[in-house]
Design a protein around this ligand. Structure first.
Ligand code: 4LI
Ligand code: NI
Length: 186
C-alpha cells in the first residue's frame, strides 16, 4: 500500500518526464501498480483510514507520482451522496484525450495535487468536456465522454503522464482571470 512517503514531490524530475506506454497483457508488476494506485484513493477517501495512515485525500493518482514513469493513473470521483456508486472509477492505462470541448472549465476553488505540498491559488483552465480513450486492467478498451469534475480530474492525471503540473496552466499575472465561455465546476 502506498503512503505519503511514497508520493514523489514537486522538484523530482520523474514528474517532468514523458511516461512510457504500458504493454498488454499487463505484467504482474503493472497489475500490482494499478491495484496500489486505486487502493491509495480508496483508503484516502475513507475518513478513518485516511487519518489512521496519515494520508491526504485524492480523487486521482498517476504512476509518475509514485516514481513510475508509465502511462497509468487511478481516478475515483465519489458521488455527492456517499451511498451512491462513484461517478467515475477506473485505472486508466495509455489514456488519450481524443477530443476537447471548445468550452473551457475550471474548479472554482482551484486544484490541488498530492505531489504539490503548498497551495497554489488560481484557476486551472481546462476543457469542460473531453472524449477519452483508455485501456483498463483487463485489457478492455474504453471510449467515453466525460464532463465536469471527472473530466477535470482525468485531464489533471493525464497531464502527469506528459510531465505537466496543474500550476503550469495558471495565469501567472492574473491567476483568477476568467476567460469568456469558461464555466465553473463545483
Ligand atoms: C476528503 C475526503 C477546495 C479546495 C475544493 C477530501 C474525500 C481545492 C476543491 C476529498 C479544491 C475526498 C480535490 C483536486 C481540488 C484546492 C486531486 C477533496 C479530495 C477535494 C480531492 C486531481 C485536482 C485532484 C475542489 C487549491 C489531490 N482534488 N480538490 N482539486 N477530496 N479534492 N484535484 N480542488 N484548492 N488532488 O485544492 O485528487 S484534479 Cl474525495
Ligand atoms: Ni496531481
Amino acid at each position: 500500500m502506498f503512503l505519503m512517503k511514497d508520493i514523489v514531490r514537486d522538484g523530482d524530475p520523474v514528474l517532468r518526464q514523458q511516461a512510457e506506454k504500458v504493454s498488454f497483457p499487463l505484467s504482474d508488476e503493472d497489475r500490482k501498480l494499478a491495484h496500489d494506485l486505486m487502493e491509495y484513493l480508496e483508503v484516502s477517501q475513507d475518513p478513518e483510514l485516511c487519518e489512521k495512515y496519515g494520508l491526504r485525500a485524492g480523487v486521482g493518482l498517476a504512476a509518475p507520482q509514485v516514481g513510475v514513469s508509465k502511462m497509468m493513473a487511478s481516478v475515483m470521483v465519489p458521488a455527492e451522496d456517499e451511498n451512491e456508486e462513484p461517478v467515475f472509477k477506473d485505472v486508466i492505462i495509455n489514456p488519450v484525450i481524443v477530443s476537447n470541448s471548445v468550452q473551457r472549465g475550471a474548479l472554482t476553488e482551484g486544484e490541488g495535487c498530492l505531489s504539490v505540498d503548498k497551495d497554489i491559488p488560481g484557476y486551472v483552465p481546462r476543457a469542460a468536456r473531453i472524449t477519452l480513450e483508455y485501456t483498463d486492467v483487463d485489457g478492455k478498451d474504453h471510449h467515453l465522454r466525460l464532463k465536469n469534475y471527472p473530466a477535470i480530474v482525468c485531464q489533471h492525471e493525464i497531464d502527469h503522464l506528459h510531465g505537466t503540473l496543474f500550476y503550469d496552466h495558471i495565469d501567472k499575472e492574473n491567476p483568477f482571470s476568467k476567460t469568456d465561455d469558461e464555466v465553473f465546476i463545483y
